[in-house]
Design a protein around this ligand. Sequence first.
Ligand code: PGA
Length: 257
Amino acid sequence: MPRKNLIAGNWKMNNTIPEAVVLAQEISNRMERDWLELVDVAVCPPFVDLKPVKSVFEFDRVDIAVGAQNVYWEPKGAFTGEISIAMIKNIGCAFCIVGHSERRNLFGETNEEVNLKARALIEADITPIICVGESLSVRDVGTYLDFVTAQVRAAYAGMDAADAARTVVAYEPVWAIGTGRTATSEQAQEVCAAIRKVVGELYGQAVAEATTVQYGGSMNAANADELLEKPDVDGGLIGGASLKADAFGAIVAAASK
Ligand code: PGA
């Protein structure tokens, strides 16, 4: 079965509840039903916006999933400021981003934490979108394939094949995030293929072929076609362009081709 593209919008720390409701409504209006049959689409707003955004999509009966941008792996208790998996599950999150480079770099999230979060999410039947990607200095030194594949192996530590088959990996070169400097489609393809190869080494060809590997980093309406055409690029994790319904819609349209 060919893999379906997954286009996921990462709103990051943008949009109050009223703003989020307006944008969700615009995104819903912009979607064409046949795109949504061909492409999986998700929006990952800040925690406080999850329920209102989900309500807009439910009211419109539009097949757009919601996801969180982060979560804590412990089930409950004295963890001031954290949000549990049961909480996002109860809202109806189908996805949760883990290990985004902003969380790794600004908030010190480690490979071990990414692994704990991913495993706990799978147990709750929420798909983790596991972000990996090298910095500009690693890219320049040339060791980026080793760096990224090590992140992938660390994220999958202790996971069996059945669990691994329920994950999504997003290749997000740090130097391309929010910079307007997109990886070329060849660069994206090279690393996405290397990620799939590691999944194959760990879990076999069938799991590798079934795994969704997204590209993320300044993907927009103008470059989506070229990136999504590549055989190992199965969609995108979209930051800036997911904050505009038109741009996000155009990327979903590109992914449906
Ligand atoms: P960007 O962000 O599309 O704004 O580069 C992507 C991401 O960080 O997920």
